[in-house]
Design a protein around this ligand. Sequence first.
Ligand SMILES: NC(=O)c1ccc[n+]([C@@H]2O[C@H](COP(=O)([O-])OP(=O)(O)OC[C@H]3O[C@@H](n4cnc5c(N)ncnc54)[C@H](OP(=O)(O)O)[C@@H]3O)[C@@H](O)[C@H]2O)c1
Length: 263
Amino acid sequence: MSNTSAPDLSNQIIWLTGASSGIGEAIVGELAPLCQRLYISARSENKLLPMTDEFSNVTALPCDITDEQSMKEAAAIIEANDGRLDTLIANAGTCEYVDVNDFDTALFRRVFDTNVMGLVNTTAAALPLLKRSKRGYLVGVSSSVAMLAMPRAQAYGSSKAAITHFLESMKADLKSMDIDVSVVSPGFVKTPLTDANDFPMPMRISAGEAAKEIVAGIEKRHWHIHFPKRFTLILWALGHMPAFLRHRITAAMSRTETAKESN
Ligand SMILES: NC(=O)c1ccc[n+]([C@@H]2O[C@H](COP(=O)([O-])OP(=O)(O)OC[C@H]3O[C@@H](n4cnc5c(N)ncnc54)[C@H](OP(=O)(O)O)[C@@H]3O)[C@@H](O)[C@H]2O)c1
């Protein structure tokens, strides 16, 4: 479902996180020619600067989403330059897979700090500026993995499920302020993040294709921007199967060898 009468992007001030590589970097190429000003964030300033040379309306705003203060300082620069923010695209994220035979709580902390608290910190910094827009817009990048509890996704999958829930709950409370909210659920996209995966990634698309889908969804302010559709619809259908069938399918996907302790 679209949000009604989406504003034109041409006079929009937009802030994009996770812009230094993968999907975010591809979004810069799609979005910069369409909007008034695009602020781009990541920790690696050296990867952001070439994009500011390529597009005169792009400004680098290096920051760390796990650091609340760093996000407030980045937002203060937008406030000083433009006084408002029309759209936040919270795309920065990370992925690590769990080995249940080597259960590592530090891994959970890293993934949740970046994906969940990172989104919270980014939203906290951006919200006062979004409230000053005529029709603010919060976009968060979750994942299609939130539709089905997959093997080894106890950290990544649950962090993305938390993000999807967070965004839907934000949508309820921001409605009265005329701030729209969208959730993005990509399937597999070829980026440095998935290049590290050692398992088959069906229907994987390029970062350029993903960026086109996201920008098209943003232009229409669709609530749920998910792609590639064949993949996300299969995942959605699996996620809505009776639990006993769903559990059989996901257990069959697991490659974990059970290391039972004997006593
Ligand atoms: N690729 C996929 O198949 C896929 C599928 C579903 C969802 N997603 C989601 O899409 C988003 C983008 O992923 P991607 O595949 O494009 O990954 P990527 O190429 O690894 O890019 C991740 C981006 O996030 C930034 N980032 C990570 N930690 C950060 C931090 N603490 N502070 C600031 N920036 C940080 C990175 O920049 P620095 O390292 O320079 O800070 C980088 O720009 C993620 O949220 C991911 O979970 C990806």
